[in-house]
Write a protein that binds this ligand. Structure first.
Ligand code: GLP
Length: 242
């Protein structure tokens, strides 16, 4: 794992965009693994900027999301499919319909999980996967205690995650969904390259475990230590406990 501490979110966005650009230039029809949350937003802005400047094409890129809330209506602002459409897909030349996610509206969640895992396998998994991290150490929505060899599955959000994410739901934890569908840790580990972004003091404990801790189900992101090509980009606050 390569760990880099950079001065601010923009420097992180540029470094992450460089890593993604290198993959997309080598393979214009690459599979891009996308993440939601606030951490990757400056990166999406940077990718859009490079796309609009004609330096980077998404024309033949296919995107696969990490996860999706269960229980949100199709047009809900915080539905991750809408988040990705709004922040990346619609602002670039990525083809309509080229960004995929788990079908959390399927009344049979297990079928939705199996379908998504199969689609990822058929696509050959991500050439490069963008990741954020939860303050409890989750990646995707793989909450603490889940098996390290998990595949796409239905998961229950922890109280901590729902509290963290309530800022997107009128600061009302009761509006935050309780369930999600997420790529499993083994699914994420299939990606050829991982690029994790963490900013802010709130992530410092999880980052300490990720970088210095034992690989453990209690801190799911630690599984990344076993990946041959993982880049971890931090600001000083996220790195403050290292
Ligand atoms: C959600 C997403 C994760 C993301 C996390 C951190 O829980 N499912 O993929 O990493 O939020 O979000 P933020 O970057 O806003 O702190």
């Amino acid at each position: 794992m390569e760990v880099v501490v950079l001065p601010d979110a923009q420097a992180i966005a540029e470094r992450a965009a460089d890593a993604i650009e290198a993959v997309l230039v080598a393979k214009p029809n690459a599979v891009l693994g996308t993440a939601t949350g606030s951490s990757p937003l400056p990166l999406y802005d940077e990718l859009v900027r490079r796309n609009q400047a004609g330096k980077l094409s998404f024309k033949d890129v296919t995107g696969y999301m990490l996860d999706e809330y269960v229980g949100l209506p199709v047009d809900h602002y915080e539905r991750y499919a809408n988040f990705m459409e709004r922040n990346l897909r619609s602002r670039t030349d990525m083809a309509p319909g080229a960004l995929h996610g788990p079908d959390a509206l399927n009344p049979d969640p297990q079928a939705a999980c199996d379908d998504y895992e199969r689609a990822l396998a058929e696509a050959g998994y991500a050439d490069v996967q963008i990741l954020g991290i939860g303050s409890d150490g989750h990646i995707g929505f793989n909450e603490p205690g889940g098996p390290l060899d998990s595949r796409t599955h239905l998961d229950k959000l922890t109280e901590q995650t729902r509290r963290d994410n309530s800022r997107f739901f009128d600061n009302d934890i009761n509006k935050v969904p309780t369930m999600c569908i997420t790529q499993g840790l083994a699914t994420i580990m299939e990606a050829r390259k991982l690029v994790l972004i963490a900013t802010g003091e709130n992530k410092a404990e999880a980052i300490k475990h990720l970088v210095e801790g034992e690989v453990s189900e209690q801190w799911p992101a630690t599984v990344m230590q076993r990946h041959p090509d993982a880049l971890v980009l931090l600001d000083a606050a996220a790195a403050s406990k290292l």
